[in-house]
Design a protein around this ligand. Structure first.
Ligand code: GLN
Length: 294
């Protein structure tokens, strides 16, 4: 390749893979590929048809910058600005937790309950209302609203105005109407809901240092830190949620793999019924839900 000039796709891809590998990025080749696709818009079939094709100097400069950022362990999603979740594309940046595939279990649980209980929810108040606390990118609320078979109204709240700006942008891009409210949990929330959902921060403070660099350095710490025992937000939400749930309404949480006993215990103490735990694809406890029946 001529210095600072054009080079072949294959050369850039090999160089990118090597640099990421040297930087200790776990899936160097895959990430080098995603970034090549992101910069050039060229898919696999087209690449293999002619790997010697040249990329433009601007593309090469952009690719080098992306590789350099990824070498510093900036998450791929912060470089490309998006993450797929439930088959939908969400905008993300450093102000929101990047949507995790594990969280799809929470969405699927909520959709199952909605399909099963829609009539009961309608009978209770004539509408189906969802509240998502700590909404972040909005991925949970928006994907439930998108896939729900019934008409549902959704509110998402977050302590962070910057996170809400991302959630609002996602609602707009996906064409899914929802309300977003800046609020410390229930502080600015009024009314009652058929379902309250939350993936709150749940990592114990002492375990933050052990997280992989992409998470520890680039996901917002306020979205991760569940204080001393990781249960701070569950306690607050469980205690306050009965005042915000319709009779027979559901509270649905994502939890850390070792928190099922504690969270189900807290819900039982608060008077919740029909408490269940669901596992993720790795077989780890991931979701806890229960009903509040007055
Ligand atoms: N599941 C996330 C992680 O492992 C944590 C999300 C959260 O605290 N709610 O990084």
């Amino acid at each position: 390749m001529s210095p600072g000039g054009k080079c072949s796709l294959e050369y850039a891809y090999r160089q990118g893979t090597e640099k990421l590998g040297n930087a200790g990025v776990p899936e160097a080749q895959l990430d080098a590929w995603y970034l090549l696709e992101y910069v050039t818009g060229i898919g696999r079939a087209s690449y293999y048809a002619d790997p010697d094709r040249e990329m433009s100097a601007e593309q090469k400069t952009k690719y080098d910058k992306c590789i350099e950022a990824r070498s510093r362990r900036v998450p791929l999603q912060h470089i490309t600005g998006e993450q797929e979740f439930m088959g939908l594309s969400f905008r993300v940046n450093g102000d929101v937790l990047i949507p995790r595939q594990d969280t799809e279990v929470l969405v699927e649980t909520a959709l199952d309950i909605l399909n099963r209980e829609e009539d009961a929810f309608q009978r209770e108040t004539g509408r189906v209302c969802l509240l998502d606390l700590c909404t972040g990118s909005g991925c949970i609320l928006l994907s439930i609203l998108h896939y729900a078979k019934c008409r549902a109204e959704g509110t998402g709240s977050d302590l962070s105005a910057r996170a809400l700006a991302v959630a609002e942008q996602n609602a707009e891009r996906l064409g899914i109407p929802a309300d977003f409210i800046e609020s410390d949990l229930f502080e600015n929330i009024s009314g009652r809901f058929s379902m309250i959902l939350s993936n709150p921060p749940y990592i114990r403070s002492s375990e933050i240092a052990e997280l992989q660099e992409e998470v520890r350095l680039y996901d917002p710490i306020e979205a991760l830190d569940g204080r001393e025992d990781g249960l701070y937000f569950y306690r607050r939400i469980i205690t306050e949620s009965p005042s915000y749930l319709n009779d027979g309404g559901y509270l649905i949480f994502e939890i850390g793999y070792d928190q099922a006993a504690d969270v189900t215990g807290l819900m039982r103490e608060q008077g919740f019924d029909e408490i269940h735990v669901k596992k993720d694809l790795a077989g780890l406890d991931r979701v806890v839900y229960g009903r509040y029946i007055r």
